[in-house]
Design a protein around this ligand. Structure first.
Ligand code: UT7
Length: 329
């Protein structure tokens, strides 16, 4: 039997309309457009409406990806959604999306690997497709971080935004699509980036003096920063080696969009030219699992990567987690 590969049949994105610019943050906390631009590289981020949640954003991105692939929702047999901001514990966001878009044949489940989530979801869908279990998968990253942001904490509130991105992966006998993946987790460093659910320890409570239910994001920015630069470099090199491809021969790297300085730091360590690394953090900020698929969608829309070319998607985040995937478009 010939080997099965998972190719990218379509990509899509959705961004809520409301824009929060740096002037808005200057009006609510002690910060400046200059500090945010220099230290983070963000100018604007999107904010979901009060009645707009991860499943609403994810469903719209999924429909855009289906449209791009020229496929209907009924053709999808697997939906994997990555998020850290589900509106409900159950049903899952993926089940809500399955119902919203009418993908009645699909098996649907969520995964949580924070900002690495979309890469974990691509890797999982790839395994299911390669095994022959499913043929057409919708892989979605959707997050509404502004709903779990503490707007009194200047160290985090300027960073986050909302959005969703999606890709349709479909089985093919050609050697193309997802050619290799690398995933990693280090739970021992989990307390560097947290958001409480049902439990808040004494430490969690101290870290969130303003938040009543403690369901807001807290992080040790500097520690995550160092981890991010190192892992983006190592996960890119590791996946390229696994696939027998030189990093120099990659057409584009699409990293998680947390901070322009992190992306620049990783780019320099990989000795790559600026045009080889995609960056849209200026427009949207950090949208956790949605960053990579939205960046992938925009890279395709802008012709930064074309059919037959090779790219690496790479991310890091809470957990701690990290991951990369080498894809031939
Ligand atoms: O998606 C994965 C998770 N997130 C990340 O990957 C984020 C990783 N970390 C970062 O991007 C950066 O660490 C931050 C952007 C969060 C912070 O930048 P930094 O250069 O590491 O700043 P810092 O934490 O070392 O703080 C430097 C100074 C401090 O003041 P003092 O103590 O030097 O007087 C902060 O209080 O900057 C201050 N500061 C701010 N000043 C103006 C922190 N936030 C702000 C702010 N505006 N918004």
């Amino acid at each position: 039997m010939s080997e099965i590969y998972a190719k990218i049949a379509g990509v899509g994105k959705y961004l809520p309309e409301k824009i929060l610019d740096n002037a808005y943050f200057e009006s609510i906390v002690e910060t400046s457009d200059e500090w945010i631009t220099k230290r983070v590289g963000v100018k604007e981020r999107r904010m979901s409406a009060p009645d707009e949640f991860s499943s609403d954003l994810g469903a719209k991105a999924a429909e855009a990806a289906l449209n791009d692939a020229g496929m209907t929702a009924e053709e999808i047999d697997l939906i994997i959604l990555a998020t850290v901001s589900p509106e409900m514990y159950t049903p899952s966001v993926s089940c809500m999306i399955q119902s919203k878009i009418g993908a009645s044949r699909a098996v649907a489940f969520d995964i949580n690997a924070a900002c690495s989530g979309f890469i974990f979801a691509v890797s999982t869908a790839n395994m299911f497709i390669k095994s022959g279990a499913y043929k057409n998968a919708l892989v979605i990253g959707a997050d509404t971080l502004t709903k779990i942001t503490e707007y009194k904490d200047r160290a985090t509130c300027v960073l986050f935004g909302d959005g969703a991105g999606a890709a349709v992966l479909t089985a093919t006998s050609e050697k193309t699509g997802v050619l290799g993946t690398v995933l990693g987790s280090d739970g021992s460093q989990g307390n560097l980036l947290t958001c409480c659910g049902l439990k808040a320890s004494e430490e969690d409570t101290e870290r969130r003096p303003f938040s009543e239910n403690k369901r807001t994001i807290w992080m040790d920015g500097q520690a995550v920063f160092k981890f991010a630069v190192k892992t983006m470099e190592s996960a890119t090199i590791e996946v390229a080696e696994k696939c027998g491809v030189k990093v120099d021969d990659l057409n584009l790297i699409i990293p998680h969009q947390a901070n322009k300085r992190i992306i620049e730091g990783a780019r320099k360590r990989l000795k790559l030219d600026g045009d080889k690394v995609f960056c849209n953090v200026e427009k949207y900020g950090n949208m956790s699992a949605a960053c990579v698929p939205i960046a992938l969608c925009e890279a395709v829309e802008q012709g930064r990567v074309k059919r037959g070319e090779k790219l690496v998607i790479v991310g890091f985040g809470g957990g701690l987690t990290w991951g990369s995937a080498l894809i031939e478009l």
